[in-house]
Design a protein around this ligand. Structure first.
Ligand code: DWN
Ligand code: ZN
Length: 407
């Protein structure tokens, strides 16, 4: 059976498999471990439009529903990051008190709260009901739905066209991506701006951050691939900014074709991707080799520590940890428990065959452990500062990726 690229419909084939996986954010209630859904995590790269994507994915409703576990506001750094983005938008000369801002994938209202607080017209669209409820508590106006072309027409009818559409950490979650971009192109005003921000493929490859890959993250976008996606909908990237959030993200500033001057940042970023080999299959085969090496290194380190009677715990149960734990076959025989501050994860177990207890991070200070695997490595600065007592008492952090750093 041949598989088709979700962007350009060309035939694609698997270059790498990480084996059987549960849904990354489906944290397990104590007695429900045998009720889990598994899929095969097979990765492909389209040699026509250069989109890095998964072959099989579960139905969207299995991932985004009333129990979606990730709450954006669990990180103070993320709250700050989105507050800065809102100020940047509000301070732009073309923005006025009458402007209309739409967010696709608004989670718990972390970004739109900044507009609600200032009484600026806005609307968040999110498929997961529990995060919509949290956003409403922040007085954010919300539509609980999967955004698509049909929904864009309804929004247009009820509210008018948007001046700004923002979508952060969402574009890599959307199976029917062409329909969603068509919806954005329909909803945005002629002179409007679409801002998307997602993990960057070049950064993921450089850091060997294979834990970014799981069913929710069915694509990891590059400038090269996103340009191809946008082009068929009359849109183009006119500016790009890179940041270190979520292990390295690119923020794309997008407009209708020929309405904005293309900035040097776009040309420079494209040159970087070209010289890195983003279009070459050999780049992805090298990535595959590095991932296998990383798995061997991490599992032998943990097994050695355990046989030397060391106590090991984890910190942060991000969706990313589901990929590492299941691919490396790590369970509670190696890691006692994982500390996390999300109320949606505490008192549950990590998904799949790992089934490690997730406990409140408030208990971390009291628990004696020699080593702690920092699964939320992208929040390293914030967590190491918060838990500096652990390092002061000689506790060691393990960064579970790439060359497996111990600090
Ligand atoms: O795209 C996605 C991104 C934006 O967020 C989603 N598909 C899901 C999610 O990915 P993730 O789960 O890998 O995100 P984080 O932000 O790396 O998750 C961090 C985890 O660590 C959360 O469970 C919260 C926890 N945490 C904590 O316990 N103490 C985080 C911080 C900062 C802390 O101090
Ligand atoms: Zn393609």
């Amino acid at each position: 059976m041949s598989n088709k690229c979700r962007v350009c419909s060309s035939n694609i084939k698997e270059f790498m498999s990480l084996g059987e996986m549960p849904i990354a954010n489906a944290f397990v209630l104590k007695n429900d471990s045998d009720k889990q859904f598994f899929y095969h995590l097979k990765i492909s790269f389209c040699e026509k439009c250069y989109t890095f994507q998964l072959i099989d994915i579960p139905k969207p409703e299995q991932m985004f529903n009333e129990n979606y576990a990730y709450l954006s506001s669990t990180s103070s750094a993320m709250i700050e990051h989105f507050s800065e983005l809102s100020s940047k938008i509000i301070n732009n000369t073309t923005f006025s008190k009458n402007s209309f801002v739409v967010e696709v994938g608004s989670n718990d209202g972390i970004f739109l709260k900044n507009f609600a607080d200032k009484d600026i017209k806005h609307l968040g669209v999110d498929a997961s009901k529990n995060v919509c409820d949290l956003a409403k508590e922040k007085n954010v106006k919300i539509l609980n739905a999967f955004f698509n072309f049909e929904i864009s027409k309804k929004i247009e009818k009820n509210y008018g066209k948007a001046d700004v559409i923002v979508s952060t950490n969402t574009m890599h979650h959307i199976e029917n991506i062409n329909d969603v971009v068509k919806g954005m192109a329909n909803l945005i005003k002629e002179e409007g701006i679409i801002i998307t921000e997602d993990p960057s493929l070049i950064e993921m490859l450089k850091n060997n951050a294979y834990d970014q890959v799981y069913a929710e993250h069915m694509y990891i976008w590059s400038l090269t691939s996103i340009k191809n996606l946008l082009s068929t909908h009359g849109l183009e990237v006119f500016n790009i900014e890179n940041n270190e959030f979520h292990g390295g993200c690119s923020r794309y500033f997008i407009a209708k074709k020929n309405t904005k001057k293309i900035q040097n940042s776009v040309i420079e970023h494209q040159n970087n991707e070209d010289s890195f080999g983003i279009k070459k299959i050999s780049t992805y085969l090298k990535f595959k080799e590095n991932v296998v090496k990383s798995k061997e290194k991490l599992t032998s380190l943990l097994k050695n520590l355990k046989s030397n009677k060391k106590t090991i715990v984890g910190y942060g149960a991000p969706a990313k940890s589901t990929t590492i734990l299941n691919y490396c076959k790590i369970n509670n025989s190696l890691i006692d428990k994982i500390f996390d501050n999300s109320k949606t994860k505490i008192n549950k177990k990590t998904p799949g065959k790992s089934l490690i207890d997730v406990v409140d991070s408030k208990e971390f200070k009291e628990y004696k452990s020699d080593y702690c695997v920092l699964f939320a490595w992208n929040h390293r600065k914030e967590i190491l500062l918060k838990e500096k007592e652990y390092s002061n008492k000689n506790g060691k952090w393990i960064i579970p990726l790439s060359n497996i750093e111990i600090i």
